[in-house]
Design a protein around this ligand. Structure first.
Ligand code: G6P
Length: 611
């Protein structure tokens, strides 16, 4: 959720921090703030976007070679100037930025109020900096120790950076449950919630672990855990490139990411498929081949779009590997008493690799002895570090809040896993594998072809941009695709949209259908094609307006539907990827026509690191 960036070194900090905040704005965009150290501690903060902060501070003194910045997604306290980060201690000598939630903040706040502390904001973050100040004053400990002691009293999740007016050469950063990366330069260090603000300055990074505190000076880095034990940092080389973080001429990141899919799907499969031999190789899980061969049940946990990918995975794994699969909303799974044993394999799907509910579901499964796999996009994020094994999606950084290329990459990985497990368990013959993998190898080209309908889809979008409701219907793997289509539309255009299994329509949603109701139907040539045609007739009989996604050359649906969008023909296994493309474009164009902020839709955040 919130984005954090920090710098200490020989360059001016403000431009680095502001640029970093722009790169992190996808994590939260309701307010932003910066603290700079130049003998004094100067803080500029403002409700609104990072650009509002820039305008606000344009004529201020922005000098200083050390500083930190924050872009917020509100949890405690409405978006406002006073709730924006950085927050300061009572004497205004200490400042903090924070991503996460301090769960026991109310108790701590009451205690601090009884000790005479006065608060200026409604945030949990301000409580933490007052606690640090309180410990420092009461015990006489230095700032390093006061932060450590304070963090030992905190329940919850955090990534924080602290700086002091009195210590012009020190930044203190710590994490528990919220991500934090340290970039290592020459006599300079960078801190950020993810590597995107760092990559243009250095490729060498350290991913801070949970319960670790980093003490950073210009030319010195010391990492300790909360028990005060010194830890040896592991410096890794970043794989992302700067151009992956730019819009590269596209109007929005979302459109760029939609158009990147031929490339991202290819990157996702690179080195993993050998069509001539009919072989799938997944290095990240190969040590667990035996486990997968004998597993009786797979549970998939995820949230949002990743959950939809999980549903596609359920169909594919059951079909090709014949392993029973359950797909769970991570948030629901963790709060009931799920039956999990050490025989189970639990797969977490997460673009960011840091969704709090998905992490918590995994932790629960870990306690019960399950084998944990991750399907994540962000390399080095928390979920891959928690799981026993996994497969990265390699889609590259996804900046648009509405997930597009991450979804198709997740589905690609699940397709690969389904085929891999099918082969391991003898459910997929070599000839079937050869044929499926040869076709899979062509999917990036077919996605490219599907993208060619863009102009036509834009025309359709113009007809429906003022609709108040939308229904999306599909059967089989078309059902999760319908759910994803509805989610995309509501996320970015704020039109109410529901995804439904086409046959379930008659048990409720059919009552909503009239001439005002656009109904998007996934009507590709698959095993439920005939049934879907009946469902289209049911909609038409009630004067609904049908937009059908069909396989190229289709003639049947064309006779009934008001609009048809063709996708290339392919084996049923690959239809979820191909059918998703026009739905992404449809929601994109509708949102643009409605004047919505496509990349930063209201109230949403790219990675949800709170419950
Ligand atoms: C947020 C994002 C969604 C995403 C979901 C799960 O709601 O806006 O796009 O699908 O979180 O995120 P994850 O990173 O775990 O895939």
């Amino acid at each position: 959720m919130c984005g954090i960036v920090g710098y200490i070194g020989h360059r001016e900090a403000w431009p680095i921090i502001i640029k970093g905040l722009h790169r992190l704005e996808y994590r939260g965009y309701d307010s932003a703030g910066v603290a700079l150290q130049n003998g004094d501690l100067r803080i500029y903060k403002k409700a609104g976007k990072v650009s509002d902060l820039e305008n606000f501070a344009a004529h201020e003194d922005l000098g200083g070679k050390m500083g930190m910045g924050h872009t917020r997604w509100a949890t405690h306290g409405a978006p406002s100037d006073r709730n924006s980060h950085p927050h300061t201690s009572g004497d205004e000598r200490l400042a903090i930025i924070h991503n996460g939630i301090i769960e026991n903040y109310a108790t701590l706040k009451d205690e601090l109020i009884s000790e005479g502390h006065e608060f200026r904001s409604d945030t949990d973050t301000e409580v933490l900096i007052h606690l640090i100040e309180h410990i420092q004053k009461k015990t006489g400990l230095d700032l390093r120790e006061s932060v450590r002691v304070a963090l030992n009293e905190v329940v919850g999740a955090y990534a924080i950076v602290v700086m002091s007016k009195d210590e012009p050469d020190q930044l203190i950063a710590a994490r528990k449950g919220s991500p934090m990366v340290i970039g290592v330069g020459k006599d300079e260090y960078f801190i950020a919630s993810d590597a995107s603000p760092i990559v243009e300055y250095t490729k060498n990074v350290i991913y801070l672990n949970d319960n670790e505190i980093a003490y950073l000076k210009r030319d010195e880095l010391l990492i300790k855990n909360l028990e005060n034990v010194v830890k040896t940092p592991y410096v890794q080389e970043l794989e992302i490139k700067l151009e992956m973080l730019e819009k590269s001429g596209y109007e929005h990141f979302m459109l760029k990411e939609i158009y990147e899919q031929p490339r991202s799907i290819r990157d996702c499969m690179r080195g993993r498929i050998h069509p001539e031999e009919g072989l799938v190789q997944l290095g990240g899980i190969k040590e667990y081949a035996d486990k997968l061969k004998n597993v009786d049940r797979i549970i998939i946990v995820a949230c949002g779009t990743s959950w939809h990918a999980g549903l596609v995975g359920e169909y594919l794994i059951e079909e090709y590997a014949r392993i029973p699969v359950e797909v769970e909303y991570a948030s629901e799974f963790r709060y009931r008493n799920p039956i999990i044993t050490d025989k189970d394999v639990v797969i977490a799907i997460s673009q960011s690799g840091e969704t709090a509910d998905t992490m918590a579901a995994l932790e629960l499964a870990k306690e019960k002895g399950a084998t944990l796999f991750g399907i994540c996009n962000v390399v080095g994020s928390s979920i891959p570090r928690l799981t026993h094994a996994g497969v990265y999606t390699h889609a590259g950084p996804e900046i648009g809040v509405a997930s597009t290329k991450a979804f198709t990459a997740q589905v690609t990985v699940l397709t690969l896993m389904a085929f891999y497990m099918g082969q391991q368990r003898g459910k997929l013959s070599t000839s079937q594998s050869v044929s499926l993998l040869s076709e899979l190898d062509q999917i990036p080209t077919l996605v490219e072809k599907a993208l060619k309908s863009n102009d036509y889809i834009q025309q359709i979008a113009s007809k429906f941009k003022d609709a108040r409701n939308f229904l999306f219907l599909g059967r089989g793997t078309g059902f999760p695709v319908a759910l994803e289509g509805a989610l995309k539309l509501k996320e970015i255009s704020y039109i109410h949209a529901e995804g439904y299994p086409a046959a379930e329509m008659k048990h409720g949603p059919i009552a909503l259908i009239d001439e005002e109701m656009p109904v998007v139907v996934i009507a590709t040539k698959n095993s439920s094609y005939e049934k879907v045609i009946s469902n289209i007739q049911e909609v038409k009989a009630r004067k609904g307006v049908v937009i059908a996604i069909v396989t190229e050359g289709d003639t049947e649906v064309k006779k009934m539907a008001d609009h048809v969008i063709e996708i290339p023909d392919a084996d049923e296994a690959f239809l979820p990827i191909l059918a998703t493309i026009p739905l992404q474009l449809l929601s994109y164009h509708i949102a643009v026509m409605r004047g919505c902020n496509v990349d930063q839709p209201r109230n949403l955040a790219k990675s949800v690191t709170v419950e």
